[in-house]
Design a protein around this ligand. Structure first.
Ligand code: PXP
Length: 245
């Protein structure tokens, strides 16, 4: 994301506004309105995942997000020809390549950048050639960071799901993996981001990792918005991130 208003940027993922809308069809609640509110509350970017089955964000949402919001759009996408064509047609600021399985409830693990090196290479190259900032959503592991480095991506996003769901000693170990891999990525000239499962309760230790440049957060912010409003949940997350730095 280009707007460096904050040292640690907050990308707000608005997918689940669309999940609620789609539960009834129609156009309420509108994810573009959520994106505008998030921007006003201190988000540095908007993230949206156009899934193959269009279960939340739709093609029309991407059209409108590109046309109607001022913040950079980070398009999460699977490495498929269909999604590549959509990304190339829209040229969002960034594209984060994620693994996608139809039966999963959410993105359940990182990409295997090492194992799928040859499959990913043409997607990385074609997105990059179009001027889109390419990111790979990977588990924090040395082999994955090294593969990302060989693929020449400018950004990796570390999947924080294991950290978020762990407790005690195990969570300390998961945090160390993220921290070590953020340092390795930065050493290799890759900008590290992180996201998945982050909440007010667990964001601080991740936000304190000095190499991380961006966190992408969705489900918790939209859930919390039910109780206190979206502007409030984004503002409080922003404050928690700033306080941790
Ligand atoms: N980053 C990526 C690449 C994701 O796929 C997701 C989930 O859609 C997120 C961040 C945000 O995760 P959560 O909704 O759990 O905050």
């Amino acid at each position: 994301m280009t707007a460096r208003r904050n040292a640690l940027r907050l990308g707000v993922n608005i997918d689940h506004v669309a999940t609620i809308r789609n539960a009834r069809g129609g156009d309420f609640p509108d994810p573009v309105r959520a994106a505008i509110l998030a921007a006003e509350a201190g988000a540095d970017g908007i993230t949206a995942h156009l899934r193959e089955d269009r279960r939340h964000i739709t093609d029309g949402d991407i059209d409108r997000l590109m046309a109607e919001i001022d913040l950079p759009l980070n398009l999460e996408m699977a490495a498929t020809e269909e999604m590549l064509a959509i990304a190339l047609a829209h040229r969002p600021h960034a594209a984060c390549i994620v693994p996608e399985k139809r039966e999963e409830r959410t993105t359940e693990g990182g990409l295997d950048a090492a194992g799928q090196f040859e499959t990913l290479r043409p997607f990385v190259d074609r997105l990059g050639a179009a001027g889109i900032r390419v990111s790979l959503f990977i588990e924090p592991g040395t082999a994955q960071v090294n593969a990302a480095s060989r693929l020449g991506v400018p950004v990796v996003e570390f999947h924080t799901g294991r950290y978020a769901h762990a407790a005690g000693e195990e969570q300390v170990l998961e945090l160390k993996r993220i921290s070590d891999c953020a340092a390795l990525a930065a050493k290799n000239g890759i900008e590290p981001h992180a996201g998945h499962g982050l909440t007010f309760a667990n964001v601080a230790p991740v936000a304190a990792i000095p190499q991380l440049a961006e966190l992408n957060i969705g489900h918790f912010l939209i859930g919390e918005a039910i109780f206190t409003g979206l502007g409030d949940s984004v503002r409080r997350m922003r404050e928690a991130m700033d306080a941790a730095r």
